[in-house]
Design a protein around this ligand. Structure first.
Ligand code: ATP
Length: 336
């Protein structure tokens, strides 16, 4: 029995995370979900979108599966996602991005892993209104955070038989901040002679990604570029509906999809639960439930191959129908 925190967000969050819980249950994994509600719905009652009980729950269980929580644009509370990553020191945001079967895209054989620094950069949230017509944001880059994320990227590359780590910055303009990030990556790379090291500027990286994504392997980026480039990478493989993610620290790990709460389609049974499910599959691998993880992935791939797809992938299955189709396949696999 595993004790795992389940953070139900808002928007499409509850529908996709419920779908994933149902699928994991159908695969026979014994999980005691510690359900924690966060986001807009709890602000009024508890005074914060991320009450302390949520953080305490993850600290207790060490692992969480989290669905998206809306980050309102403009004034108000700090992003729940950013706060959670900061409070639990989930310094590495890992976003593997590869083609899924029967999801047609412009490119085949995309297989990129985005490693995004998760705790600083412009996400430090240090902003001020200088005067009525001027605002400023401070970009924080430290040696300690840059070195540990670079080490994470190279360790990941070694462990997962990757060939290259490419560090992405704008060090020609942000000479000190991105310059430090780059310098740390260069230094750390020297400890991994078996992994090729490459450097690229973020604007060129975006152009190269849409022109020839197959040239990239592991990308290592500071926080903001990592956010933007991982959405770009999601677009390469069929969109946000299938892009998985994980936030990993020394003591805790929180698995969540790349996408946000998609309020435009919330409550309509239209969301694609695949990104959430792929994040759940990685969570199962992380806790050692590798057999269930493989069966769920196979059931998902068979469902896509049977042309059962949600609207974002030009299919006509509702979220609930897609979920049931995966569960049906899991039942067949269990009998094999
Ligand atoms: P955030 O800044 O919180 O990450 P965002 O602005 O990137 O949010 P999303 O909520 O991720 O926005 O949604 C962007 C678009 O992608 C929306 O039009 C939404 O409908 C679509 N989308 C996101 N996730 C899914 C999903 N799981 N299934 C189908 N469509 C999705």
């Amino acid at each position: 029995m595993h004790n795992i925190t389940l953070i139900k967000g808002d928007g499409i969050g509850p529908e996709i995370i419920d779908a994933v819980v149902e699928i994991i249950k159908a695969a026979g994994v014994d999980i005691n979900w510690d359900i924690q509600i966060a986001g807009a719905d709890v602000i009024e009652k508890e005074g914060s979108p991320l009450p302390n009980r949520v953080i305490e729950s993850v600290k207790r269980n060490k692992i969480a599966l989290k669905s998206p929580v809306t980050t309102p644009i403009g004034k108000g509370f700090r992003s729940v996602n950013v706060q959670l990553r900061k409070e639990l020191d989930l310094y590495a945001n890992l976003r593997p991005c590869y083609n899924l079967p029967n999801v047609k895209t412009r490119y085949d054989k995309v297989d990129i892993v985005v490693v995004r620094e998760n705790t600083e950069d412009l996400y430090a949230g240090i902003e001020r209104q200088v005067d009525e017509n001027t605002a400023e944001s401070i970009k924080i880059i430290t040696r300690q955070a840059s070195e540990r994320i670079a080490k994470f990227a190279f360790d990941y590359a070694v462990k997962n038989n990757r060939k290259e780590v490419c560090v992405v910055t704008k060090a020609n303009i942000c000479k000190l901040s991105d310059g430090l990030f780059l310098e740390c990556a260069r230094e750390i790379s020297k400890n991994y002679p078996q992994i090729k090291f490459r450097e690229i500027l973020v604007d060129n990286c975006c152009m190269q990604l849409v022109q020839n994504p197959n040239q990239f392997d592991v990308l290592l980026l500071p926080n903001l570029y990592g956010d933007i480039v991982s959405d770009l990478c999601a677009g390469l493989i069929g969109g946000l509906g299938i892009a998985q993610g994980a936030n990993i620290g020394k003591d805790y790990a929180v698995f969540e999809p790349v996408h946000g709460s998609a309020p435009d389609i919330a409550g309509k049974d239209l969301a694609n639960p695949t990104a959430m499910l792929m994040s759940g599959i990685e969570m199962l691998n992380y806790i050692g439930e590798t057999d269930a993880a493989s069966r769920i992935k196979l059931a998902l791939f068979e469902t896509l191959n049977a042309d059962i797809k949600t609207f974002d992938l030009n299919g006509n299955a509702k979220c609930s129908e897609f979920t049931q189709a995966i569960i049906e396949r899991l039942k067949v696999l269990a009998k094999c």
